[in-house]
Design a binder for this molecule. Structure first.
Ligand SMILES: C[S@@+](CC[C@H](N)C(=O)[O-])C[C@H]1O[C@@H](n2cnc3c(N)ncnc32)[C@H](O)[C@@H]1O
Length: 302
């Protein structure tokens, strides 16, 4: 019996197709994975390109612990370095240059599916939502301390909810009596106030997404990290960025377009998953892939 992977890597074939020319032309190809997760993309890239060495980081310690165990052979062989790091802290000085890079944004399936990580409205757990559970404010702390206005702004801007006011008002009212400490408490409040409007679409979906983006400062990280990553590319090296949120995609699209000094986006249009993948893996449905190619002369191949 084949085991279901913990996280199904999204758009794996399309990403490898775009990265393979720059990996294949290099004598000693180097690959940087900014979002290791459960190593789905990394595993396949290491398998397909035997000469390649890689550096993989993740801000989630559980992902890193998993990686150190499951990739122990590659680590011992000196093919792979795994580090607990937010890719926003990537510097070329520390890690060197790479022919190919991947940033696969958002959360992994284990993060979403484990109630105790606090991302899920289906599995009860502490209202946490931090990808890096070693630091920063939890969603519970955010809910407890943000003003009504701040909460409205988070839900409106990050969750793209037109009118979050009734939910926000209820949160601010209810938190006076009892703190919001669990995902179920918050999900129940949204269910009560909004009701189920669309079959199969939990009314708390966008509220949870907005809180997650805010707790992990996800848009800020994308905004600030693309240029340092591009600086870490070799001449004609490629950076692939996979987003799952329209605001993130917009930031990536604009940043790529503006970097005319450093290189160009490989395609004007965004690449999306094939229909077959969307059907097989519903989590891939909102995925958008963009590739940036660094300018410069390709190194000669001998
Ligand atoms: C969608 S999953 C990546 C899945 C991976 N490509 C795979 O195939 O298994 C996203 C992962 O990136 C991590 N992550 C998200 N933002 C990050 C950041 N700014 N720095 C480092 N890791 C991050 C999350 O903790 C999560 O483990």
């Amino acid at each position: 019996m084949t085991q279901q992977p913990l996280h199904i890597p999204v758009m794996k074939d399309q990403i490898i197709e775009q990265l393979s020319p720059v990996i294949e032309r290099s004598e000693n190809p180097r690959y940087f994975d900014g979002t290791f997760g459960r190593g789905g993309h990394l595993r396949e890239i290491l398998r397909q390109f035997p000469k390649l060495t890689a550096v993989a980081v993740d801000q989630d310690l559980e992902a890193i612990e998993y990686g150190r165990k499951e990739f122990s052979t590659e680590i011992q062989e000196g093919r792979l370095l795994i580090e607990h790091l937010n890719f926003a802290n990537f510097t070329e000085e520390k890690f060197g240059k790479f022919d190919a890079m991947l940033v696969d944004l958002g959360v992994s399936s284990p993060q979403l599916d484990e109630g105790r990580r606090g991302f899920s409205f289906y599995h009860d757990g502490p209202l946490d939502m931090r990808m890096d559970a070693t630091k920063g404010m939890t969603a519970a702390e955010l809910i407890a301390t943000a003003s009504e206005e701040e909460l409205n702004e988070i839900f409106h801007q990050l969750g793209e909810i037109q009118k979050p006011y009734r939910v926000t008002r209820a949160i601010v009212h209810d938190r006076e009596k009892e703190a919001f400490l669990t995902t179920r408490q918050l999900a129940s409040l949204v269910e009560r106030v909004e009701g189920w409007r669309r079959k199969g679409f939990h009314p708390a979906t966008q509220y949870f997404m907005a809180l997650r983006l805010s707790v992990n400062r996800e848009l800020e990280v994308v905004q600030n990290s693309m240029i340092p990553l591009i600086h870490g590319l070799t001449a004609r090296g490629r950076l692939a960025v996979l987003t799952f949120h329209s605001l993130e995609d917009r930031i990536v699209k604009n940043l790529f377009k503006e970097q005319t000094e450093l290189g160009t986006p490989l395609f004007k249009k965004v690449i999306q998953p094939e229909w077959a993948e969307q059907k097989k893996n519903p989590r891939s449905r909102s995925a958008k892939l963009r590739i940036f190619e660094r300018s410069g002369n390709e190194p000669p191949t001998y």
